[in-house]
Design a protein around this ligand. Structure first.
Ligand SMILES: [Zn+2]
Ligand SMILES: [Zn+2]
Ligand SMILES: [Zn+2]
Length: 89
């Protein structure tokens, strides 16, 4: 990964991509999402902050898992919540 980001992003050696392109929490409650993000600790795929339920942010704060990757086709970036660090790969 690029230098100068944060220890959490530096620790990502291989970017985890989604198993299924759907928000695991929105599916349960019948909600809609805008974009998807994949947790780099546990590979949970959840919805972005533009989505009504913001499940990826809630997951990061509840679990302490710091880094997500975009799960959108054509987007290649990582984001760290505690450090507010963003990097393209
Ligand atoms: Zn970090
Ligand atoms: Zn969701
Ligand atoms: Zn996670």
């Amino acid at each position: 990964m690029n230098a100068g980001t944060c220890p959490h992003i530096d620790a990502v050696r291989e970017v985890k991509l989604p198993e299924v392109l759907e928000c695991a929490e929105c599916i349960k409650i019948g909600a809609r999402w805008v974009h998807l993000r994949t947790c780099q600790t546990c590979r949970a795929t959840l919805c972005c902050d533009s989505s009504p339920n913001q499940h990826a942010s809630k997951h990061a704060h509840a679990s302490g898992h710091p880094v997500i990757a975009s799960a959108q086709l054509g987007e290649r970036w990582l984001y760290c919540y505690p450090d507010d660090a963003f990097v393209q790969y």
